[in-house]
Design a protein around this ligand. Sequence first.
Ligand SMILES: Cc1cc2nc3c(=O)[nH]c(=O)nc-3n(C[C@H](O)[C@H](O)[C@H](O)COP(=O)(O)OP(=O)(O)OC[C@H]3O[C@@H](n4cnc5c(N)ncnc54)[C@H](O)[C@@H]3O)c2cc1C
Length: 591
Amino acid sequence: MIISRRDFLVSGSAATALATGSLVASDDAKAQAAQPAVEWHREADVVVIGSGATGLPAAIVAREAGSSVIVIEAQKHTGGHAICSGGNIPLGGGTSFQKKWGVSDSPDLVFQDLTDWSVVEPNGFPDYRYNDREIIRAFADNSAATYEFLVAHGVVFVDRAPDTYGGHSVGNSVPREMHCAPMDWPLIQSGQPADLARRATMSSGNGLMHPLEAAARKAGVEILLSHKMTSIHRQGPSSGAVTGIAAENEGKQVNIHARQAVIICTGGSTANVNFRRMFDPRLTEEYCGVAGMPWSEQDASGEIAGMAVGASLWGLFNNTGEFGSGITKPGTIGGQYGYVNLRWFPGSEVFHLARATGIPVKDWQDVITVNMLGKRFYDETGGPYTSNNYKFVDPYIAGSYLNAKNVKFKPNNYLNAALAGIGDGHNGGGPIWAIFDSDAVAREDWDPKPPNVDIDRGFFFSAETIGELATKIVMKYQRVPMPPENLEASVARYNSFVDSGEDEDFGKPKPLFKIARPPFYAAWATPVLHDTRAGLRINSKCQVLDMKGDVIPGLYCGGESAGGFSQHGLARATCQGLISGANAAIEPRRA
Ligand SMILES: Cc1cc2nc3c(=O)[nH]c(=O)nc-3n(C[C@H](O)[C@H](O)[C@H](O)COP(=O)(O)OP(=O)(O)OC[C@H]3O[C@@H](n4cnc5c(N)ncnc54)[C@H](O)[C@@H]3O)c2cc1C
């Protein structure tokens, strides 16, 4: 059973009005009179915007419940960030998978874990404190059902005990994370299936999303690719029911009528500079290496369209909390897209957009990182923010003040230093460059040439001297020239630290290697934006709420575009897909 009884217990006048139909009858009529009639080109009972981790489960559930469903997808392909993902998915609450491996879990334990105020990271940021209890309760109650749904719709999980590998914010009580096996599906990263030996044992979002697309099509869901939602139609500007959406397809506007509901599954806001800067003014244009791009883009279009018809935002702290991988350190350098767990290879259908595979950094002792002015800013071996996983707090006593008290304060400020700026009154840290020499290339076994690095667009430079290297760094986001004398001084001072064995400026543990043998290199190493943890206000049914806390009839949202839930990724998205799809399918059919 997907929707628990608790899910229906939405309090307030809007819920009562929905149940009795009075809101639909009275307010909608007034609102409709005020609005020009829309010329509809297509119609379905439920219109789902986005074909990622939220959208496809929502579509399948609504279709199997008897609604006709159209999914619109902005890209030429389905899958969203979910298909690019690692496929690590923490669903718990007593799944049959957990039972098989002897793990005892319950919805109450999931709820307790994900609302525990006492869990904090070593930098003092709390993972779960600001979670909306109603939304977490719905997740806890439907988490196990989501696992069973995925299995029933073709997803194959790696046959090993649940763990926390790749998990973020999965709670501290029991292991919940499972891994989607790609099996024979082609990997979108390379265009090829995974190695035969690893198909059933590795984890990949390909193993989640290819089967779900197949299941959606089999169920009779219609998927319209290259259709980008541009606005939501509502009977009145901020009153009445949502009636459908407008989308752009090949330069033309297509209006799609939704008789029952529209579900926003557009995946968040990390790629929209102005939107993301509402949370964090530092996140200016140079943070262009968003994880999951260029396969799909988190452009906040769902949030903006929802807000335009009156929706509220929710749980905004979670998007600026310094935990997880909202902002993270790149794992590969020398290309625009450097997310640590995603590389694009020449066989991928989006490689012409990604342009480089990137060179992976095995040891940050092999490089120094400098800002736009050619100055070091932190110990290069510093890591990104940490994530809360099973046994992260040890011993863990639910809700105990000791959890927070026992955490040894250890802020890791590499990212904050990288984002600090150069003191000229501008926001944003500007490009960060990894500087290294040919000895580092040999130690790392790099081949610093295309397609591994992106020279054409200015994400990679080389020169015979350090001064010349600085003068060559000219690209879109380098808004001031790098003074050659700065870079020369930074390298000389760092080399002296290698001699003395002590980094007097940033405490890098025993600097090991001089930067001395030409050619010298500068590779893009700017922080990467990854996921969104705040968005539209929803209730336990995933209905979108307005600024008064009232339900917007016929409008649903889930996944990264929804707020109130601090958890990375796939579990909350797929689960909210199920919840929103099931509830959308029992909406009244409107004319
Ligand atoms: C590289 C990478 C690795 C990850 N690894 C993991 C992991 O191992 N475990 C985990 O739990 N999470 C992981 N995640 C996060 C996880 O993939 C996302 O949180 C999840 O996919 C979010 O689901 P969603 O439905 O909200 O968005 P998405 O899956 O991104 O789907 C959104 C879809 O909406 C479409 N869309 C957007 N705007 C419009 C519009 N206006 N009109 C029409 N369509 C639109 C997009 O093109 C996209 O297809 C990873 C993410 C990335 C990028």
